[in-house]
Design a protein around this ligand. Structure first.
Ligand code: SRM
Ligand code: SF4
Length: 515
């Protein structure tokens, strides 16, 4: 008993409230919360535990919640999209949805009193938002072309689903994995272009041949946080593309759950545990938990392409079928867009919609004979298949419109600045510009050609919104993280700074102005 009290003393406040009451228990209390109203419920339940079922209290818009879904491999059906559209439509101007940097969807404007009904509707169409926030495993990413790409090595759809089902008990919630030391990211890549940013996940599987057999090399510990950012390192393990993937994820999660560092929340991600143990001992412990010998890694992996953005029209491996990637500016969707995407997926494709980590959408399985009609749809005027080069590669996190961690407004500003730059510059190719509203790095500035991280700076003696600039991020094969090259540029002064960077480093040319 004394020992237990001593142990609690060293725990941070998050660990204490998790020990008092597991986050997942709020699942059984949703009807009660709906009746009580958000202002009357326990503060820790409101601000933290509800995230265990994917419901996020937004201090910026009190009473209007965000719901973060799970979209394994970034794939959903038109019926699922329609249900999500109906949900946000109910909230008028408050309601919208964002495609996230983890191939996922977040709904906005949600009232707590509607959550039980919303969850019933999710269940009817096979959707879940369980364990999508706080100390849980986030949406599991996979190649958005899984099953469509002629050059694909492994179709990851089933594996991603199986790993999600293991972690969430098939969407019902799994108390085995609801008290991790911190958040956790998993990605399973099956293609050649590292479409998932394997290097920034706590566990990533990348295709590799071992003794002639196709499977995955495993890398571990990649993460971003305000304190530290690191690319994943090799576990020196190879697994075949079967149950071993699920079992290895389980083993790593169990080890992380039971041995992960919990005293200082800034040092709780998996990489800190790997540091403490050393990668060799970490591997040995994982192998023991896995319960059988782990094969050593294949010498090379098969990631040998530049990363694709999937925007445009592409033939599938299935004859006479195509997928079309639509550019969704800063990932923002409104109900009418979502209804349209659902309708178009049904009319032209196979009722399937896919999402990318660049916050865009893909409609797949469109026959050659239907392509022209698809491309003439009015939605494509806004969700273009051929956007201007800078717009094309723009990514942005939520920012201060909805996120209370934000130091700056991101999405709307990102769009406005890109428009101005495009008016002034001729770009020979896309430049990946990523905005993130604070050092948490949800918008992944470290993977960008130019990453912009929100900060506060001073201008004319006043505190103003600004950015630190990151450069050198490389994606696809030989991915590497960018680093900070300039600090504290006021957002109002950013346009000329970006213009110069684009001219100096990315072959932009000023447009000739006709007079
Ligand atoms: Fe994130 C916290 C949004 C991807 C690192 N992230 C948050 C919260 C939940 C903070 C909050 O409660 O307000 C943000 C919700 C704002 C809102 O209302 O939307 C938030 N993160 C996002 C999304 C929506 C950004 C986007 O616009 O796409 C992404 C949702 C992904 C998903 O579907 O689950 C999102 N977050 C990421 C990524 C990128 C990735 O996974 O590739 C990262 C960096 C990678 C990583 O985690 O290693 C990321 N988010 C964080 C962190 C820093 C984690 C840390 O270890 O310190 C936080 C803060 C925290 O967890 O304490 C955070
Ligand atoms: Fe919010 Fe910061 Fe994440 Fe942007 S990077 S969504 S501002 S926590």
């Amino acid at each position: 008993m004394v020992e237990a009290i001593e142990k609690t003393k060293t725990l941070n406040k998050f660990e204490k409230f998790k020990a008092e009451k597991d986050g997942l228990t709020v699942k059984e209390e949703l009807e009660k919360f709906a009746e009580l109203g958000w202002e009357a419920i326990d503060k820790t339940d409101l601000e933290h535990r509800l995230k265990w079922v994917g419901v996020f209290y937004r201090p910026v818009t009190p009473g209007k919640f965000m719901v973060r879904m799970r979209m394994p491999n970034g794939i959903l059906t038109s019926s699922q999209m329609r249900v999500l559209a109906e949900i946000v439509q109910r909230y008028g101007d408050d309601g919208n949805a964002d495609i996230t940097t983890r191939q996922n969807i977040q709904l906005r404007g949600i009232r707590l009193e509607d959550v039980p009904d919303i969850f019933r509707r999710f269940e009817q169409v096979g959707l879940t938002s369980v364990q999508s926030g706080m100390d849980n495993v986030r949406n599991i990413t996979g190649s958005p072309m899984a099953g469509l790409d002629a050059n694909e090595l492994i179709d990851t759809r089933k594996l991603v689903r199986e790993v999600q089902d293991m972690i969430t008990n098939t969407g019902n919630g799994n108390a085995q994995f609801t008290n991790l030391p911190r958040k956790f990211n998993i990605a399973i890549e099956g293609g050649r272009d590292n479409s998932v940013h394997a290097e920034i996940n706590d566990i990533a599987f990348v295709p590799a041949y071992k003794d002639g057999q196709l499977g995955f090399n495993v890398v571990v510990g990649g993460f971003f946080s305000a304190k530290r950012c690191d690319a994943a390192i090799p576990l020196n393990a190879w697994v075949p593309p079967n149950d071993d993937v699920v079992d290895l994820c389980r083993a790593i999660l169990e080890v992380y759950r039971d041995r992960g560092l919990r005293a200082n929340r800034q040092k709780s991600r998996l990489m800190w545990l790997i540091d403490e143990l050393g990668i060799e001992q970490f591997r040995a412990i994982i192998e023991e938990q896995f319960g059988r010998p782990l094969a050593t890694a294949a010498e090379d992996d098969e990631i040998d392409w530049d990363k694709r953005d999937h925007i445009g029209v592409y033939p599938q491996k299935q004859p006479e079928l195509n997928y079309v990637g639509l550019h969704i500016p800063i990932g923002r969707l409104y109900a009418e867009d979502m209804f349209e995407l659902a309708r178009m997926a049904e009319v032209y494709g196979s009722s399937e919609i896919r999402l990318t980590v660049e916050q865009n959408a893909i409609i797949s399985n469109i026959p050659d004979s239907r392509l022209d009609a698809f491309l003439a749809e009015p939605l494509l005027e806004r969700f273009s298949i051929n956007p201007d080069p800078l717009t094309r590669a723009l990514v942005s996190c939520t920012g201060s419109q909805f996120c209370n961690f934000a130091l700056i407004e991101t999405k709307n500003r990102a769009l406005a600045i890109i428009k101005s730059l495009e008016a002034e510059l001729e770009m020979p190719r896309p430049v990946r510009i990523h905005w993130t509203g604070c050092p948490n790095s949800c918008g992944q500035p470290q993977v960008a050609d130019i990453g912009l991280m929100g900060t506060k700076t001073r201008k004319d003696g006043k505190a103003v919104e600004g950015v630190d600039i990151y450069m050198g991020g490389k994606v696809g094969k030989d991915a590497q993280l960018g680093t900070c090259v300039q600090k504290g540029i006021a957002c109002d002064d950013l346009l000329p700074v970006l213009r110069n960077l684009l001219i100096e480093h990315f072959e932009a040319k000023p447009k000739t102005v006709c007079v």
